[in-house]
Design a binder for this molecule. Structure first.
Ligand code: B12
Ligand code: SF4
Length: 472
């Protein structure tokens, strides 16, 4: 069968106080994994990444039609749900073909999504196996009664055979279908980009996370489990990328450093490949790792710092301290890594003084780049569950904390963002560092200077434009 897999645009500037042009785009791993399993089951698959390809709804519908698609599969997070739903309604009314929706929103809220989205089927959780069985049942005109992970409506009743067991051996899953994505990617976080998208690849080496931070939906998606691919299997994928001319690898696991021994094994085996790579780590990972990852080609390490205030970290159940965070950044800096720290503003337990502690930590640790997120109550998070008990939150969208707590998050965001970036000296030392230790990446990024300046200077205007809760 012919199947179009679609990534709809997301309204995610809102959770970061970002200008939409600053969206970080990387190929959609979930869709590429789904595509490769469908292809090996004999189907003809096309991937449409609407924001990356600059496709509006009309353009995407035309692509689906021109491909003569028999089925459409749409991926949805919470922030892309409303646009996913619009698109699905259009596919159903204009083309009338079966649609399945997968990803975080249907995984966390399957019953709501199957009733509300207009999709025929919602795929709950890991989708590779479910989607193959579901497609077969659609092809044969059978009801997907016993297909675990597939949720659908029968009359007014919801049918769901329950969640599917998670794949026990991630090495058995085929590599993502890179041949189906276009060369239009290459953004590494908010400030760093690669000019030649064909030299960039993202990979995922683990699924899930063993921690339980209150603002994060990741643990719920994989039922609080954590699974790893073998290092050899990950290296094999990277070798394939290298053979195909890719030099920059972004390891987009939530938490690459859960097992320090595994990271060390990875470092030993990746060294000879002459790639530059980037990863996300918790600040409380083994400090011995920074030098090793740096020597093995890692250039950027991204830390979820969240706050410089202990009471806020405790509220988030982050299980770190400001001291641990600061020491991790300093240690990583000493190993010549480019450090990115992600912060969240607006915790209801704190006040402006807590955000000032975050700024202090950012300045004292000498982190190179910061991202400032606005606390958002995503379905699937502990915070969403807690708030929902007090007052039901709207299901169709993410809820910013200012909508429920009336906290002026924009001002707090500005406090940290401007306090950090509006320092010419920091910009000069940052550029010097990147040119000294990361020449290839530095030269790549000089080409993106206008974008970086726009990111830093346009911020104020974007903050002022930030819509009030009721406008969304
Ligand atoms: C990497 C990542 C990103 C990358 C995306 C890279 C990419 N293109 O793949 C970037 C940086 C762009 C990103 C941005 C954002 N992210 Co993010 N991100 C992740 C992360 C860490 C890993 C995603 C991943 O690659 N997983 C691996 C793949 C294989 O799994 P998967 O995507 O789940 O896909 C499987 C199933 O979901 C399903 N499936 C998925 N799509 C489809 C479609 C169909 C048709 C079918 C049948 C099945 C199916 O099958 C797939 C294979 O099993 C997750 C956390 C996590 N552990 O999952 C957060 C996560 C998804 N992000 C999250 C958030 C909040 C965001 C942002 C809003 C952050 C921000 N403030 O900017 C934006 C929103 C982006 C958007 N478009 O919605 C939340 C989502 C919560 C929610 N309820 O929606 C998560 C869960 C983390 C968290 N903090 O809670 N993110
Ligand atoms: S924020 Fe990071 S460490 Fe915490 S639960 Fe989410 S993925 Fe895990």
């Amino acid at each position: 069968m012919k199947i179009c897999l679609v990534n709809p645009p997301a309204l995610f500037g809102r959770t970061m106080n970002l200008n939409v042009e600053n969206i970080r785009l990387t190929p959609h791993m979930g869709l590429m994994y789904i595509a490769s399993t469908l292809e090996s089951a004999g189907h003809n698959v096309k991937i449409l990444d609407m924001p990356a390809e600059g496709l509006n709804e009309e353009g995407a519908l035309k692509e689906v039609e021109d491909f003569k698609s028999d089925i459409v599969g749409v991926s949805s997070t919470t922030v892309s749900y409303r646009l996913a739903r619009n698109f699905i309604k259009n596919v159903k009314s204009k083309l009338g073909i079966p649609v399945f929706i997968g990803g975080y929103q249907p995984t966390i809220l399957p019953e709501y999504v199957i009733k509300d989205s207009g999709a025929d089927y919602a795929v709950v959780g890991e989708g590779e196996q479910t989607v193959v069985e579901l497609t077969e049942s659609i092809e044969k005109g059978r009801k997907p009664e016993n297909i675990r992970g597939a949720c659908y409506m029968e009359g007014d009743s919801i049918r769901f055979a329950g969640r599917r067991k998670l794949c026990e051996n991630l090495d058995e899953i085929q590599f993502p279908a890179w041949h189906l994505v276009k060369n239009c990617y290459g953004k590494l976080g908010s400030l760093l980009s690669i000019s030649k998208p064909e030299e960039f690849a993202n990979i995922i080496s683990t699924r899930g996370c063993p921690y339980s931070c209150a603002f994060c939906a990741a643990p719920k998606i994989y039922n609080h489990t954590y699974r790893t691919r073998s290092v050899d299997n990950v290296i094999k994928e990277i070798e394939w990328h290298v053979e195909n001319g890719r030099k920059y690898i972004y390891i987009q696991d939530d938490n690459f450093s859960v097992s320090p021994d595994r990271v060390e094994e990875f470092c030993k085996k990746v060294k000879h490949l002459d790639i530059e790579w980037y990863c996300l780590m918790r600040a409380d990972s083994a400090p011995r790792l920074y030098k090793k990852i740096s020597q093995a080609g890692c250039k950027i390490v991204y830390f979820g710092i969240e706050s410089g205030s202990q009471r806020v970290l405790d509220f988030y159940n982050k299980k770190t301290t400001p001291e641990i965070n600061k020491a991790a950044i300093q240690k990583a800096n000493e190993s010549n890594l480019i450090t990115i720290g992600s912060f969240i503003v607006g915790a209801p337990v704190g006040g402006v003084e807590d955000e000032k502690l975050s700024l202090k930590l950012a300045l004292e640790s000498r982190v190179d780049i910061i991202e400032v997120n606005i606390l958002t109550l995503f379905p699937g998070t502990k915070l969403w569950e807690d708030y929902n008990k007090i007052k039901p939150l709207p299901l169709e969208k993410e809820t910013s904390i200012h909508e429920v707590e009336n906290i002026n998050t924009q001002e707090r965001n500005k406090l940290i963002f401007n306090g950090f970036y509006h320092r010419p000296k920091h910009a000069i030392t940052g550029i010097a560092k990147i040119l000294k230790h990361h020449r290839r990446l530095g030269i790549e990024n000089i080409k993106h200077a206008p974008e970086v300046i726009n990111y830093i200077t346009n911020r104020k205007r974007v903050c002022e434009d930030y819509p009030k809760g009721s406008e969304w």
